[in-house]
Ligand binder design. Sequence first.
Ligand code: TYD
Length: 142
Amino acid sequence: MDYELIQLRTVSDENPKYGSLCFMESGHDGKDISFEFKRIYCVYGVDAGLHRGFHAHKRNEQLLFCPYGSIEIIIDDGKSKESVILDSPKKGLVLHAGLWREMIWIKKDSVLCVAASEYYDPREYIRDYSEFLRYVADKENN
Ligand code: TYD
């Protein structure tokens, strides 16, 4: 399936009381993420057990990470589904275009951050699951 789970680079202070810092860089020359970001957003204030997402992107590539809490991401390529749990600030999930996703808030107030390759454009979303399956079939036939 067209996604990657990556470990974000992390620097921890010698004194654990000062915590850690993790970071990512984008670019084509061996950086953490192959695409450049045009947009960053985060989703917050969500109750436990709630589901968001239910869409795919035609062009937009994204890096998802959860700096606080725990969120399950269900990824669907139209043939099968896989699940990834983002429960550490160090985990980054790269979702390439053409994947249906659903996000489940395992812990209340978990924060989902997204770095996206494209500006917001509702026309490049697929929000209807039957349309998504047709899109996958069309891509296979071309
Ligand atoms: P949506 O992408 O559907 O969020 P989720 O997948 O987490 O459920 O976006 C929710 C709403 O926010 C929708 O009305 C579109 C709007 N939105 C923007 O205006 N700009 C953005 O960059 C994003 C990601 C969403």
